[in-house]
Design a protein around this ligand. Sequence first.
Ligand SMILES: [Zn+2]
Length: 277
Amino acid sequence: MLIDTHAHVNFAAYKDDWKEIVEKCLASDTGIINVGSQLSTSRRALDLAQKFEKHVWAAVGIHPVHLKAGKFVHHDIDEVAEVEFETRGEDFVWENYFQLAQDEKVVAIGEVGLDYHHFQEGNDIQALKKKQKEILLEFIKLANEVQKPVMLHCWDGYDDLLEILQKNPVLKKGVVHSFIGSHKTARKFIELGYKISLNGIATYGDSYNRLISEIDLKDILLETDCPYLTPRPLERQMRNEPLFVKYVAEKIAQVKKVSVEEVEKNTTQNAREVFGI
Ligand SMILES: [Zn+2]
């Protein structure tokens, strides 16, 4: 079994076919953790998990870009696709997330973290960074209260994130999702007890081959971050889906010169351990 540990079938991109998408995965022995990025999509992630007897789970949290109202242009790493979305800006309300987080289908607190990449001209950057850090601390407190791991989003802020995790330990640790740092940075998170999660970005050329070969299979999780980041060899413009996590597994197998089965066995075991599933 493969597990897509970070998917967004709970997003509007699947409003017409979420059921087929999930059923297709389950028929192909692929599990899914759907991840919330604000209260509405966190509720929807849990709602989806509850509709299936097994192998569909949820994570609940606020993505740092949703802490501030405004329009965002999300570029993928090679700037091929550009997705614009608008966020209303959300306040963290402990009670709302505490209630969701206690559900047994919720296996992680996320996605939460730091995003210093999407600041815009005229933003009070210090104030925004401060707010992101404060809210992350609230979610760490929540993770420790419900004894679940964190699923971390981080763009352009690995040093700050490391410092926060060092000073504010998460009992159940967790994962740095969509990791795009160097193998040296990866090693620092691994030393703290965190896993590194890889997705379609790892399949775009050879830039991440060094990272893949330097980190051990026991420290890697697989994900798609669908509907974004469609892996090669598929068309990048195509909508991504959890089933395509197999292409990420294939890329890792190819770089590490091991079988896909070996990647599958290890990463699924890692996911089971991190998320208690
Ligand atoms: Zn995501």
